[in-house]
Design a protein around this ligand. Structure first.
Ligand code: SAM
Ligand code: SF4
Ligand code: SF4
Length: 365
């Protein structure tokens, strides 16, 4: 049965009226760091069983599945993980994806450490931009947060490589934890202003069940805003500043999507009044934005998740390995999205999240 044929202009809308527009694709569950809020070493040590390589979707399988998502309305892809740069020959995958008609933006989220080796090849293959995670500028805090002997310079070299390769705008993600790295807020903001990168502060989230999340460790967006504003006055940017991601029904062009002005933008965006650029805050915990969430996630083995806090995904790998046609594949995706009613962060705000949920390094952050 044909559920939703977007080739005739139909739009795939979930039960809460949200279209599918943005897909995060995990390329691996492995990582070369052990950030304490994501892959604490006690849980992801030598005994942890990662996905066997033969289980991962091949690049050919990925490009087929992702083409189906684009046919259904996804216009923005973000490759992530785990650490996506651990996936060998990544530029080959980008080259398969960049010609997809309807795709406006291909981005990559990385810890940046392996970027100097491949930034030029990624850009040449058609990658539009990168987001690099950096939670502190002083070595001691960085080493503690990322649980690594490396120094901040290793990440900064990745930032330089991205800028030199033209993978712009380069964004920086900084997850704030009270008593761990929140003393770095002003230093990070000042560095981003000087470097010309777009910084996003992210509230520490209770993703997965291994990172020991407690509410007391969340630094609320309001506090981050207040501290930046006290040092460099800021004002909201446009309509997306309230986290609504833009007008429903509007369609963002490639540059709008790339600058983060599209509907899938979840950061509250601010501009410095002195012309020092922009800064964003992602208030996932204190000001949830489920109502406008147009984001799906695909695990490295091809499971479709409709929420970051879902307990389980829908197996698309089985669909393609069972010999489904492209239409059957689109129908399988459509059926999942049509049934979607997730709003976990709103539920958390209303009384707390309980039960099993998948790890961020597995589902793709
Ligand atoms: N390894 C890559 C990286 O770190 O950029 C990509 C994957 S990582 C899971 C994607 C993003 O998720 C990173 O920016 C990371 O800081 C963020 N993240 C991971 N765990 C988080 C948590 N508990 N709360 C908020 N953000 C988190
Ligand atoms: Fe690795 Fe990224 Fe998770 Fe840090 S946040 S452990 S770099 S996947
Ligand atoms: Fe979207 Fe789920 Fe996050 Fe809400 S909690 S914004 S539905 S991913």
């Amino acid at each position: 049965m044909e559920i939703n044929d977007t080739t005739t202009g139909g739009k795939l809308i979930d039960r809460l009226g949200r279209p599918i527009e943005d897909l995060r694709v995990s390329l691996t569950d492995r990582c070369n760091l052990r950030c304490t809020y994501c892959m604490p070493r006690e849980m992801f040590g030598p005994d942890h069983v990662f996905l066997p390589r033969h289980e991962l979707l091949s690049f050919e399988e990925l490009s087929r599945v992702l083409a189906a998502f684009v046919d259904l309305g996804v216009n923005k892809l973000r490759l992530t993980g785990g650490e996506p740069l651990l996936r060998k020959d990544l530029p080959d995958l980008i080259a398969l994806l960049s010609p997809l008609e309807g795709l406006q933006d291909i981005a990559l989220t990385t810890n940046g450490i392996l970027l100097p080796r491949v930034a030029d090849q990624l850009a040449a293959a058609g990658l539009d931009r990168v987001t690099i995670s950096l939670d502190a500028l002083d070595d001691e805090t960085f080493r503690k947060t990322a649980d690594t002997p490396l120094s901040v310079d290793a990440v900064l070299a990745g930032v330089d490589a991205a800028l030199a390769a033209g993978l712009q705008p380069v964004k920086i993600n900084s997850v704030m934890q009270r008593g761990v790295n929140d003393h770095q807020i002003e230093d990070l903001a000042g560095w981003a202003r000087d470097t010309g990168v777009a910084l996003r502060f992210i509230e520490f989230m209770d993703v997965g069940t291994t990172n020991g999340w407690i509410r007391e460790r969340v630094v609320p967006a309001a506090e981050i805003h207040e501290r930046i504003n006290a040092r460099w006055p800021i004002e909201p940017v446009g309509t997306a500043a309230a986290g609504d991601g833009g007008e429903p029904g509007g369609s963002a062009g490639r540059s709008e999507v790339a600058s983060g002005a599209g509907r899938s933008e979840v950061a509250e965006r601010y501009r410095y009044l002195d012309g020092g650029g922009e800064v964003g805050i992602v208030a996932s915990v204190t000001r949830p934005f489920c109502r406008t969430c147009v984001r799906a996630r695909l695990s490295a083995i091809g499971e479709l998740y409709t929420c970051l806090f879902a307990a389980k995904g829908h197996d698309l790998r089985a669909v393609i390995r069972d010999g489904a046609t492209d239409q059957q594949l689109r129908d399988a995706i459509s059926a999942v999205w049509l049934a979607r009613s997730d709003r976990a962060s709103e539920l958390r705000a209303e009384g707390g999240l309980t039960g099993e949920r998948v790890e961020m390094s597995y589902i793709g952050g």
